[in-house]
Design a protein. Structure first.
Lengths: 453, 447
């Protein structure tokens, strides 16, 4: 075996290789929100680049020399919430969070995932069942005794901010919508976008999808909703890479076709869009043409709308929203590296005073904060944020990621909205004002209907 | 956005000073940083100048300014003004700094039992500034099990008069190791862990009790009397609630306490970063940490946009001006090539650097300094890059600040913070007129 081959084996692509750039400066540990609140997690440096050396050593150990093989030296990697803040903070470009995620997946090859972690990854299964039996499912999940039982048997914390199932999936409503205009696919990529709704808008928050479709239509874009499955992020964070790859493949097969034809893929879940952009390639090693073309075509909805604004194509007929709006930029949004597009858009709404809360993480980190042994950690991570939202006295607050919204709403008592819902409200306020003054004209009269039940 | 009056690349003291001063003046400012660094690695003090044989920081600054090629030659009164401005800015956020440019440089202990000469320190370290008088004892006190601060080793070293140079050493140096509550069995007792525990009022009270008892029973406190000694503690006295921890320590401990900065991560440096970030945001400035800047776009001989990396595509920010605060060799502002050149990677600016034959000095700790330290970008009086001293500016709307500036030897001269602050502040003054017209009718001018 050549040295080059040995090195290739040892470094698990770019992610593993980046461990060699670690200076041991500890900056990642200073930024980690989990290590801040618990002794159970020693910090990203120890679990990430430091442990990576042992992992690489395993790959390097030549056969037959009787050297010990070390799978993954520290099970505390399970306490990494995958928020990615360590990777951002690292001045040397080490992909720490990604390293931890991979280590967790390697561990899953030898140590079977608990049923609970598997279940939290099956968002389509739980979503479809929950919607089918929504009244019962919602009652069940709000019953304290049953939740205590679930906590005991499955390990999902009784106070975990589980969302409320919608009565109908967004997909089903979309399929049954009245079709009064030309079907969208014929409109071409300049007049239509592909909507990746993700599980949240499909099973729990159809109002977010409604708002997105209305705002897109307002700006001259019809919506194409192709068949799609969970992006796979809950599986990735729970170390279930094989399952995640299957979901990714399903999505890529459908989405790549649109992307190749020039359609943009716009999503309302900032963690789903980040998964399409980055995690299929970085985490799941799906670095083929389909994954690349989909990544390049994917936009977070606020990023897409800001691009319209920057190129003078955004309808700025926003009405007045006289309110202070606390805003939390979730970790997954920060991983996009696109600045804070929601704040850029809020700045265009008359009267709206958005307040960037500038807190690192709300704690929930996808499904992390749902888990019995991690719930308290997640609550402690987000505690200063919840306090600030509460103290603001605002009627509502905004955040781009669904699980963060559920966590903050549950912990602070303040209703949480997706930024696009705020923008839809601003358009509605503009239309109402226009109608009151009897001067409704232009975009207001051609405004598309919000998809409604 | 994505557009900003000014984009600042780098979030150390130089970049953040420029950014805050510009935001204060009404400019929209976007700071882009590849990661955290400079502040988190430094002592949290403000090193302005400490030259061998020079009695005060100001004397050092004047000596360096007289060299002509040193950044201080461009700064003039801006150093004093920027220092006053920074101290006021930090104090508004709750972080006080003590010391004066004209006060004699003081010799203070380090965490490895050496000393360094300083003029301006944050409140937590400031009690080290007073000179040692006859009969005064220095008690070095640290928690048991903490691997970044070894009282016995530090004290043993500090008992050697040579360590103190010309300064009067304490009459006596003692070491005390204290068991602090609830730390037994912790696998990773680091500075961060201790600082966060000090933030909790309950633990803080218990820990200070334990330290006070140890000082008393050892005789160092009660026996000598408060006036007769000071206690050196590791710089872990709180992160979020540092002011309250300091107050509690003053009230509870029998001796006056001062913090000694540790190996990174630096808690005093983190405190400094946090208040700078808060000040920037208070004035509406934005900061993105985690994506390196890939390139800078030019139009008609001016910077027109800054492009940083993103998950896909790139983030392109249109801008009227660029402040380059990317650091020197350690910060990544300068890169060495395999064939022996130093490059400035973003704009390809000409780098003033020693010949490659001088890169490998025989003694890296030579008191004369390392030749590579002085490498950097040469600038004009407005901090615009030039190809050679006295030459015309290469780019009119670019300002170079901090350790990227040529001609400083920040390790030998201990001038890094003073250069960072004053150049950042000067860059802001120089750009202010270009990007944000001063409010009408005030006639106010920072110069």
């Amino acid at each position: 075996m050549t040295i080059a081959e040995l090195v290739g084996q040892a470094t698990v692509g770019e992610v593993g290789f980046s461990a060699d750039q670690c200076l041991k400066c500890n900056v990642c540990n200073t930024a980690c929100p989990v290590a801040r609140v618990t002794d159970l997690f020693p910090g990203p440096k120890y679990v990430g680049p430091q442990a990576q050396r042992f992992r690489s050593a395993t790959a390097l150990a030549p056969q037959g020399l009787g050297l010990p093989t070390i799978a993954t030296p520290d099970r505390t990697v399970d306490y990494c919430s995958s928020c990615g803040i360590c990777t951002s903070a690292c001045p040397a470009g080490v992909k720490i969070a990604e390293m931890n995620s991979r280590a967790r997946a390697v561990r899953r090859e030898t140590v079977r995932a608990p049923f609970r972690d598997w279940l939290l990854g099956q968002t389509d299964l739980t979503g479809r069942l929950g919607v089918a039996f929504a009244p019962l499912a919602n009652w069940t999940l709000r019953n304290g005794l049953i939740r205590a039982l679930i906590e005991r048997v499955i390990g999902i914390h009784r106070r975990a901010p589980l969302p409320v199932f919608a009565r109908r999936t967004f997909q089903a409503r979309w399929a049954a919508r009245p079709r009064t205009r030309a079907s969208s696919p014929e409109l071409g990529p300049e007049r239509a976008v592909v909507y990746f709704h993700g599980c949240a808008a499909n099973y729990y928050e159809p109002a977010v999808a409604d708002a997105a479709i209305a705002v897109l239509r307002r700006n001259g874009f019809e919506t194409i909703v192709p068949p799609q499955v969970c992006c796979g992020l809950p599986l990735i964070s729970n170390g279930l890479y094989a399952d995640a790859r299957r979901r990714a493949r399903q999505n890529l097969d459908v989405l790549a076709d649109y992307a190749r034809r020039g359609y943009r893929i716009v999503g309302t879940s900032t963690s789903c869009t980040h998964t399409l952009k980055a995690e299929y390639r970085e985490m799941l090693d799906l670095d083929d043409e389909a994954a690349r073309v989909v990544a390049e075509a994917t936009w977070d909805i606020s990023e897409f709308l800001r691009e319209l604004a920057d190129t003078g194509r955004l309808d700025t007929g926003f009405g007045r929203l006289d309110e202070e709006l606390p805003y939390h930029a979730p970790c997954q949004l920060k991983s996009h590296g696109i600045g804070l597009p929601a704040l850029d858009l809020f700045a265009l709404v008359p009267g709206l005073r958005a307040i960037d809360l500038d807190h690192d993480c709300c704690g929930v980190a996808g499904t992390y904060g749902f888990k019995r042994e991690k719930y308290d950690i997640a609550m402690a991570v987000g505690a200063p944020l919840f306090e600030r939202v509460r103290a603001s006295g605002a009627a509502r607050a905004a955040c781009d990621s669904e699980t963060c919204r559920w966590q903050i709403e549950r912990a602070s008592g303040t209703p949480m909205r997706h930024p696009v819902e705020i923008l839809a409200a601003a358009y509605a306020a503009g239309d109402a004002a226009g109608m009151r003054s009897g001067a409704a004209a232009g975009p207001a009269t051609t405004r598309g209907d919000v998809v409604a039940e | 956005m994505p557009s900003a009056d000014v984009v600042v690349v780098g979030a150390g003291l130089a970049g953040l000073s420029a950014a805050i001063a510009l935001a204060e003046a009404g400019a929209t400012v976007q700071v882009l940083a590849a990661g955290h660094a400079a502040t988190h690695w430094a002592s949290g003090g403000l090193d302005v100048a400490a030259l061998p044989g020079s009695p005060t920081a100001r004397a050092g600054v004047l000596q360096l300014a007289a060299i002509g090629t040193h950044p201080y030659a461009l700064v003039g009164d801006a150093l004093e003004e920027s220092l006053a401005w920074l101290r006021a800015t930090l104090e508004r956020e709750g972080l006080r700094y003590d010391g004066e440019l004209d006060a004699p440089l003081r010799t203070v202990p380090s965490a490895i039992g050496g000393t360094r000469r300083v003029a301006i320190l944050p409140a937590g370290q400031a009690a080290a500034l007073a000179p040692w008088t006859a009969g005064q004892a220095l008690v070095v006190c640290g928690p048991a099990g903490f691997k970044d601060f070894w009282p016995d080793a530090i004290a043993a070293s500090l008992r050697r008069p040579a360590v103190w140079g010309d300064a009067t050493p304490p009459s006596m140096v003692r070491a005390i190791t204290v068991e602090l509550p609830g730390l037994a069995g912790l696998r990773n007792l680091d500075a961060l862990e201790l600082a966060r525990r000090f933030d909790e009022p309950g633990w803080r009270a218990q820990a200070l009790d334990a330290i006070a008892r140890a000082l008393d029973t050892d005789g160092a406190g009660r026996g000598l009397g408060a006036a007769a000694g000071r206690v050196a503690l590791p710089a872990v006295l709180g992160l979020d609630d540092h002011v309250a921890v300091l107050e509690a320590a003053r009230a509870r401990l029998p001796l006056e306490a001062f913090e000694v900065p540790l190996v990174p991560p630096s808690i005093p440096g983190m405190r400094l970063y946090r208040v700078l970030r808060a000040a920037l945001r208070r004035h509406g400035g934005r900061i993105q940490v985690g994506e390196p800047v890939l390139r800078v776009e030019l139009q008609g001989g001016r910077v027109s946009a800054v492009v940083s990396s993103a998950a896909v595509r790139e983030l392109r920010i249109r801008t009227d001006a660029l402040v380059l605060a990317t650091g020197g060799i350690a910060g990544g502002g300068l890169l060495a090539t395999a064939d022996g050149r130093l490059e400035e990677p973003l704009l390809g600016l000409p780098v003033e650097a020693p010949a490659v034959s001088e890169w490998l000095a025989a003694d890296p700790f030579d008191p004369a300094g390392h030749p590579l330290e002085a490498a950097g970008i040469r600038v004009d009086r407005e901090l615009r890059p030039v190809a050679s001293p006295g030459g015309p500016p290469i780019l009119d709307n670019v300002r170079i600040v901090g350790s990227l500036l040529a001609g400083q030897r920040y390790l030998r001269e201990r001038c890094g913070d003073g250069v960072a602050l004053s150049s950042g502040w000067l860059a802001a003054r120089s750009l202010r007129g270009m990007v944000a017209p001063p409010p009408a009718g005030t006639g106010e001018d920072m110069s």
